[in-house]
Design a protein around this ligand. Structure first.
Ligand code: SF4
Ligand code: SF4
Length: 96
């Protein structure tokens, strides 16, 4: 499973994700993101686009090995975390 550290930043930066355009509050934050506990209010019913492993299974296995797909996703996570100056403890590490 993708080693998400639950930083919550992907859910606050959905403006460029077409599949989530109806979820965008207008500032890039998903309407289902719970700012108080930093989690998804519809976690068990969230769309596939929000699930790294599911997206690999249904689409990205055609283009990447699973490890490379994880690495690409982790780059996005870690870049967001750098932008927000998040503590290093949230860094997503793949095979390190
Ligand atoms: S940005 Fe990455 S580490 Fe943070 S919640 Fe999203 S998937 Fe998890
Ligand atoms: S539906 Fe949930 S997991 Fe998906 S972007 Fe919104 S808050 Fe995040």
């Amino acid at each position: 499973m993708f080693p998400c550290t639950s930083c919550g930043l992907c859910c606050q930066n959905i403006a460029d994700i077409t599949e989530l355009k109806d979820f965008n509050l207008g500032n890039g934050v998903c309407k289902h993101f719970n700012l108080i506990n930093n989690s998804c209010n519809i976690y068990d019913n969230r769309p596939d686009i929000c699930k790294v492993d599911k997206m690999f299974e249904i689409k990205y296995f055609k283009y990447f090995t699973k490890k490379d797909f994880y690495i690409e996703n982790a780059k996005v996570c870690n870049e967001l975390q750098n932008q927000y100056k998040l503590n290093d403890s949230y860094k997503v590490k793949i095979g390190e």
